[in-house]
Design a protein around this ligand. Structure first.
Ligand code: HEC
Ligand code: HEC
Ligand code: HEC
Ligand code: HEC
Ligand code: HEC
Length: 172
């Protein structure tokens, strides 16, 4: 009897521990995957509703490693005139007037980046679509990562598209 109570208690503590770890991990994950941004910029509005092309803003994606985020001037092409009175656009205008870049929080980051070679250009030129890696931005008010960016993710797509899978392609 005593043994049973003790083992039940141990099991209980263990289960609680596992649940806590899972909850913390989940919270950490969702926070990391969809951080708050200094301005409530929405792809749902700009891509879904206004139909702007990805490359209109991420204009280095087809010619360099990085897709990059647009400079404030790109936003001001419209927002010198559009919605100028709302609090979010006033924040935007303040960055513009102060000649400060917007400190966007990064959503995607390959772990051990220094040891992995990844280039947007290669993928865009091979006609891999943004959506295949980033999901439907047109439906995201706030960007979140839909892919793990882990090695297994890279390799399984490479296998399915007959792209190279030798270690030295991604690890120099
Ligand atoms: C009007 C400009 C604009 C357009 C058009 C646009 N984006 Fe963005 N994008 C941004 C800005 C600004 C950010 C940074 C703020 C944020 O994360 O919401 C961003 C962030 C992102 C990120 C996250 C970057 C990170 O930190 O990891 C991805 C992925 C992305 N955009 C993909 C796309 C794709 C795919 C399209 C086309 C379907 C697209 N964007 C169209 C302006 C734009
Ligand atoms: C091609 C024109 C265009 C560009 C470029 C553009 N926007 Fe917009 N943006 C709009 C329009 C139009 C709306 C209003 C859409 C609606 O409410 O239906 C809007 C809405 C917004 C809103 C919501 C405003 C509010 O408070 O209701 C924010 C925030 C915003 N844009 C930020 C940005 C940022 C940041 C950039 C640059 C990365 C940017 N926009 C680039 C046209 C543009
Ligand atoms: C083959 C998968 C893949 C495709 C296709 C892809 N991306 Fe990415 N994207 C990534 C990965 C992986 C990262 C993280 C890179 C890092 O950690 O440096 C990333 C990061 C980004 C970022 C953050 C800033 C940066 O440059 O690192 C933006 C913005 C972005 N992508 C936009 C786009 C847009 C727009 C397209 C289509 C024109 C696109 N991506 C196509 C995988 C992809
Ligand atoms: C959705 C599919 C897809 C994903 C995900 C993907 N790739 Fe690719 N990758 C491709 C295709 C297709 C090519 C083009 C092969 C070619 O040019 O013939 C390519 C090419 C490459 C190349 C250039 C190969 C060469 O011939 O030099 C590198 C490097 C690379 N990918 C790294 C990565 C890394 C690192 C990741 C993960 C962070 C990744 N890829 C994720 C589809 C993908
Ligand atoms: C298509 C791209 C790609 C190929 C091919 C590839 N890797 Fe990776 N590898 C990655 C990426 C991206 C990461 C880092 C992200 C992650 O997995 O968390 C990584 C991480 C690693 C790590 C670090 C693991 C850790 O936990 O720190 C090792 C070791 C590794 N790879 C070895 C290899 C070997 C060996 C091969 C060949 C059999 C290989 N990789 C082929 C993309 C690739």
């Amino acid at each position: 009897m005593v043994k049973r109570v003790i083992s039940a208690a141990i099991f209980g503590y263990f289960a609680l521990f596992v649940v806590l770890i899972l909850l913390l991990g989940f919270r950490w994950n969702t926070q990391r995957k969809a951080p708050d941004q200094p301005i409530a910029f929405s792809h749902e509005v700009h891509v879904g509703k206004l139909n702007l092309e990805c490359l209109f803003c991420h204009d280095t994606a087809d010619k360099s490693t990085f897709a990059g985020v647009p400079p404030v001037s790109r936003c001001m092409e419209c927002h010198v005139a559009v919605k100028t009175e709302t609090p979010e656009i006033q924040k935007l205008t303040k960055y513009w007037n102060d000649k400060e870049p917007i400190p966007w929080n990064r959503v995607h980051r390959i772990r051990i980046r220094n040891h992995v070679y990844f280039s947007h250009e290669r993928h865009i030129k091979a006609d891999v679509k943004c959506e295949e890696c980033h999901g439907q931005l047109a439906a995201m008010a706030k960007v979140r990562a839909v892919s793990s960016l882990k090695m297994g993710w890279c390799v399984s797509c490479h296998e399915s598209k007959q792209a190279p899978t030798d270690c030295t392609i991604c690890h120099k």
